[in-house]
Design a protein around this ligand. Structure first.
Ligand code: UGA
Length: 437
């Protein structure tokens, strides 16, 4: 099929390249000239394993092209995927849907034949119904320019696999015809076993934010329990393993540590909370405020604990920080707890050297005043204390002896609870985790 992908950020670039991989002819619409030029040259302006290879292959084959023209997009395809960003609004907790609105406003007047516009962006419930009306009003073919809502659940670091082998497909539709077109389009995934849930717009929109709110709740739950473990001498990792064996609970997303960050979970729970308020049911989602608070408290706690491990003052103490990205296999530092902690320690007087295998450049753009090292050992050199804040595998594989050779102190705080504390302690280190024995 000939499709367009409107908005070629993380979601859009992955969707465009993956759909080209499935054999479709894809036109990506990106208004940012720098991003568009990078993509058209076969490069991806962020790090996602495997994506650049996939994208460059399909740019080279001609199956994937990019433009900034809504008119060209309307002429090219009959299915238009809306993948623009919905960041947190600059004036509050709600989502800023201006890019979604702008995409419909620019595309709809050019839709001169029956078309399906498929929203994938994460939006406040009620947005799709509003956009469907606007689409029909603006399009020369009226109601034959239809909307569907098909939320995306991809995780950074696994984006291609999650797109090509989704663990579910959700179709929010207003007609049988729209459902059929989506079923035809996604036929290879459905044939391979991805379950399909067909529903209305509002449910489809809510599925996405509910999934992210649930994941955030799981993480904050275990982090709250970890606070109890800290004061009772219990071990949160053993505890998570034990409760995780209960299939009703499950072990995934029960890793206590410095908390969740990134471009999705934090802003999505805030937007959900905000939307509930707008809908007059503030109490329904008010617990998400607590989820957010528990999460923010983790970061503060690490700063406090670091200061206390260093004897009560951070002034001129040297701290090596391993990790800046919000999670491994990503160079994304949006709302990253690792970078926030590194930044706060420096603002409070410490000398902080940060190393991240991929996120050094993006971190330096956000926080240029930190020192950035080229390796974990360089960041550790001369350090009084080491903070492990993003669980890249290479940090687990470092020989402890070589770290001991370069540091001044022997203090380690594992903010992700994945290092072998016993091995570090055996090597003479004061090694601690969060909520760990
Ligand atoms: C998240 C969801 O997992 C995806 O399903 C969703 O599609 C995506 O948001 C989105 O809305 O676009 P992502 O932001 O890539 O994906 O990151 P996650 O893997 O969910 O991790 C989020 C944060 O939680 C990271 O900072 C991670 O370190 C933290 N985390 C995760 C924990 O602190 N503990 C855990 O047990 C798991």
């Amino acid at each position: 099929m000939r499709i367009t992908v409107i908005g070629c950020g993380y979601l859009g670039a992955t969707h465009a390249a993956s759909m080209a991989e499935l054999g479709h002819e894809v036109l990506g619409v990106e208004t940012d000239p720098a991003k568009r030029a990078a993509l058209a040259a076969g490069t991806v302006p962020f790090y996602e394993p495997g994506l650049e290879e996939l994208l460059s292959r399909h740019v080279a084959s001609g199956r994937l092209r990019f433009t900034d023209s809504a008119a060209e997009a309307a002429a090219f395809g009959d299915l238009h995927f809306l993948c623009v960003g919905t960041p947190q609004s600059s004036s509050g907790l709600g989502a800023d849907v201006s890019q979604v609105d702008a995409a419909i406003e620019s595309l709809a007047p050019h839709l001169t034949r029956p078309s399906l516009v498929v929203g994938k962006s994460t939006v406040p419930v009620g947005t799709a119904a509003r956009l469907a009306t606007r689409l029909a009003d603006l399009s020369p073919v009226g109601g034959e320019a239809e909307l569907a809502w098909n939320p995306e659940f991809l995780r950074e670091g696994f984006a291609i696999k999650d797109t090509l082998e989704p663990d579910r497909l959700v179709f929010g539709v207003a007609s049988d015809a729209a459902e059929k077109r989506l079923r035809d389009f996604y036929a290879p995934m459905i044939k391979a076993g991805s379950p399909v849930v067909v529903t209305d717009f509002a449910t489809a929109e809510l599925v996405k934010v509910s999934a992210n709110a649930f994941l955030a709740t799981k993480i904050s739950f275990i982090n709250a329990v970890s606070e109890i473990c800290e004061v009772t001498g219990a071990d949160v990792v053993d505890l998570a393993d034990a409760i995780g064996h209960d299939a009703r609970i499950g072990r995934r997303f029960l890793n206590a540590g410095i908390g969740f960050g990134g471009g999705c979970l934090p802003k999505d729970i805030r937007a959900f909370l905000h939307r509930a308020g707008e809908l007059g049911v503030d109490d329904a989602m008010s617990f998400l405020r607590e989820i957010d608070d528990i999460n923010q408290r983790r970061r503060e706690y690490v700063v406090t604990l670091t200061r206390s491990m260093l004897g009560g003052s951070l002034i001129d103490r040297r701290i090596g920080v391993w990790g800046a990205a919000f999670k491994p296999d990503s160079d994304d530092v949006r709302d990253s707890p690792a970078l926030w902690i590194a930044g706060q320690l420096q603002l409070r007087g410490a000398q902080v050297s940060v190393y991240d295998p991929r996120a050094g450049e993006s971190a330096a753009r956000v926080f240029p005043t930190l020192t950035y090292a080229d390796s974990a050992l360089e960041a550790a050199t001369g350090a009084d204390l080491i903070l492990h804040l993003t669980e890249w595998p290479e940090f687990r594989e470092l020989p402890i002896a070589s770290v001991s050779d370069v540091t001044t102190g022997r203090m380690l705080l594992d903010g992700r609870n994945v290092l072998d504390l016993g091995a570090w302690r055996d090597a003479g280190w004061d090694a601690r985790g969060l909520g760990r024995r």
